[in-house]
Design a protein around this ligand. Structure first.
Ligand code: HEC
Ligand code: HEC
Ligand code: HEC
Ligand code: HEC
Ligand code: HEC
Ligand code: HEC
Ligand code: HEC
Ligand code: HEC
Length: 258
């Protein structure tokens, strides 16, 4: 063999090795089975396998469309792969959540009503105008379920991060159609009986989101106090003794006159 041939072979082998060393990571980190050696990650792949998106491969979400998308993915995948070989998966070396470009390959942002019909969620305002990424809200979409065992966004996220009544509205009806008002509330004597239920049932699930919701109303003058109430409250007081005290802060108020 001439020296020149030897050099050519050498260069060829080096290129082949380099190609394998570069391709292997890019292919590997897009395989569900690659992660199964790590128990915690295996579970996240199991969730993908039973999610609505199980019919789609990893590449559909994790590699943004176009050559640019592929190259920027590869540039991250190669060092990530070797870092994972050395120290296992860490926050720093795992794939990042997909950007909205990937999602928008298949979904539009024009949705504003949820399929259940109760929630109003104008996607264009959030994604188009505010520029929020889909996964900020849909992080439990594929690889995990939320506390409630759903893959849908939770109310806590909306109300804690943005809809705190200051940055954005916290009014129930801005997001929910009236459906969230439970049937109990629609009974005629609700204002009279709700106090009894307050002890036994979980009112806080819905009402804790509005600070002082109960107390604010108990400070207001109720509809019953009409006409010559100062003089005519006797019969009401006999019928609803307890109900008076909740707003009047104890019997001291009554004793002032009686
Ligand atoms: C429908 C889109 C979608 C598909 C398909 C998808 N993922 Fe994901 N992936 C996400 C989202 C969204 C996140 C970020 C949310 C999170 O961390 O739970 C994520 C996060 C990850 C992470 C970061 C670490 C982690 O566990 O959060 C890894 C690794 C990952 N995906 C690997 C994969 C692999 C491998 C596949 C193919 C089996 C895959 N993904 C398929 C959407 C997808
Ligand atoms: C390759 C196409 C494709 C990509 C990419 C994709 N989806 Fe989907 N997605 C679908 C299909 C198909 C369905 C099922 C049909 C439906 O419910 O509209 C679906 C369903 C959904 C649902 C409702 C069902 C569920 O599991 O809750 C949500 C929410 C969703 N996708 C959000 C996203 C987000 C966020 C991303 C980006 C991280 C994304 N999708 C990426 C095709 C895709
Ligand atoms: C500000 C938070 C937020 C952002 C950002 C957001 N979504 Fe949503 N999305 C929601 C909520 C809340 C629902 C209603 C979930 C429900 O029905 O319980 C929803 C519903 C959906 C649904 C219908 C779910 C179903 O069950 O069929 C799809 C599909 C969807 N979003 C896709 C996307 C995509 C794609 C993006 C990014 C382009 C995106 N969303 C960005 C909050 C958001
Ligand atoms: C910024 C939008 C938004 C506002 C404001 C809002 N919600 Fe929600 N709510 C949601 C979303 C998103 C979910 C989750 C939907 C799902 O689980 O399908 C939800 C879920 C719920 C649920 C069922 C699940 C749970 O977390 O218990 C109840 C009950 C509820 N909301 C009541 C209320 C009440 C009462 C108010 C007013 C104090 C309110 N919501 C205000 C967005 C909102
Ligand atoms: C719309 C105004 C309003 C709101 C909001 C309100 N209340 Fe009341 N509450 C009343 C009135 C009026 C009474 C007196 C009813 C009666 O005639 O006995 C009352 C009475 C009560 C009583 C005493 C009842 C009894 O018979 O012992 C309790 C306890 C009570 N409320 C708890 C609550 C709690 C807890 C909340 C918040 C989840 C709440 N209330 C929200 C108006 C309100
Ligand atoms: C599923 C959510 C939910 C639960 C649980 C819930 N509420 Fe409500 N409640 C609402 C909504 C929504 C309204 C209407 C709020 C508004 O208009 O601002 C409301 C209004 C009220 C009102 C005022 C009614 C009026 O006529 O103005 C009272 C009183 C009340 N709730 C007491 C309670 C008590 C007591 C409990 C526990 C036994 C409870 N709620 C549990 C959602 C809920
Ligand atoms: C502003 C002074 C005032 C306050 C405060 C007051 N009352 Fe009275 N109350 C009266 C007057 C005046 C009458 C009418 C007496 C009459 O007609 O003989 C009356 C009548 C009554 C009667 C009927 C007495 C009877 O013998 O028929 C009852 C019961 C009663 N009040 C209960 C209460 C309770 C309970 C409270 C506290 C929640 C209260 N009152 C607070 C002034 C007051
Ligand atoms: C939802 C809260 C609430 C409930 C329940 C309530 N009150 Fe009051 N009451 C008020 C408020 C607010 C005032 C206005 C006076 C004040 O500033 O304290 C008032 C004033 C009064 C007054 C003073 C006279 C007047 O007209 O200002 C009397 C007497 C009175 N209430 C008796 C009663 C009696 C008796 C009951 C039970 C049948 C009752 N209240 C139930 C909130 C309530």
């Amino acid at each position: 063999m001439t020296r020149r041939r030897l050099l050519m072979w050498g260069a060829f082998i080096a290129m082949a090795v380099a190609a394998v060393l570069l391709t292997l990571p890019v292919v590997s980190v897009l395989q569900p089975d690659y992660y199964r050696r790590y128990p915690a990650m295996g579970q996240r792949m199991d969730h993908w396998a039973i999610s609505t998106h199980s019919q789609f491969s990893c590449i559909e979400c994790h590699v943004e469309p176009g050559v640019g998308g592929f190259l920027s993915f590869a540039a991250k995948a190669v060092p990530a792969f070797y870092s994972q070989l050395a120290q296992g998966p860490t926050d720093a070396n795992l794939l990042k959540a997909p950007g909205k470009k990937s999602c928008q390959e298949c979904h539009t942002s024009y949705r504003s009503v949820s399929p259940g019909g109760d929630l109003l969620i104008p996607h264009r305002a959030h994604v188009g105008v505010l520029g929020i990424d889909c996964v900020v809200c849909h992080k439990d979409l594929v690889h995990s379920l939320n506390r409630r065992g759903y893959n849908r966004p939770e109310m806590e996220l909306c109300l804690k991060q943005c809809h705190d009544g200051d940055k954005a509205t916290r009014e129930c009806v801005k997001c929910h159609t009236r459906k969230q008002t439970p049937a109990t509330h629609l009974q005629k004597d609700w204002l009279e009986v709700h106090g009894k239920l307050a002890e036994s049932k979980e009112c806080g699930v819905c009402h804790d989101w509005t600070p002082d919701y109960c107390a604010d109303c108990h400070r207001r003058r109720p509809a019953s106090h009409a006409g010559n109430w100062k003089k005519d409250h006797g019969p009401h007081a006999k019928a609803r003794g307890e109900g008076c005290i909740v707003c009047h802060g104890g019997e001291k108020f009554c004793k002032g006159c009686h």
